[in-house]
Design a binder for this molecule. Sequence first.
Ligand SMILES: [Zn+2]
Length: 176
Amino acid sequence: MICLFPDPVLQQKAQAIDSDQFDSVKAIEEQLLAALQPYFPAAGLAAPQIGISKSVFIYSYDRDPAHLETVVNPTFTPLSDEKIVGWEGCLSCPHLAKVARYKCIKARYYSGEGILVEKVLDGFAAKVFQHEYDHLQGILVINRPDAEVKTFETKEAMQAFLAEVKKQDAAHYKKP
Ligand SMILES: [Zn+2]
């Protein structure tokens, strides 16, 4: 089950996975996949969204479930000041929000197996990584200081708007 705003677990900082805790990552990864599956194709899901306050998320650079990657204890540095402003949906939020994200970042994290990974992410991959990273800090997209929040009268209206957003996102799919 996916936790919804204003569940407190979504608004607290997730704990890092210690080096002797990597055995626990597999189970978290499986729960994340099971929770996200009904929404495939989907961009990503962070452990706090399923009530686990640990620094783990899964994400896909192009919403293809085959490209979902497990990310543990992530950090990132922007590679330039350039930002892209765009709409983002979130399975934990009832509304959409327009926010600015760094276009290009260097991500540093551990794989589910505990291997250190460094990757340059551009476009949609960078956007999703920053969205999921925010979840681990207890920040929801609708609570970002720069967020322009859009509410909808009906679920159908939101889905129609989201479909347009996804089309625009597809122009920024770039394999890391
Ligand atoms: Zn989210």
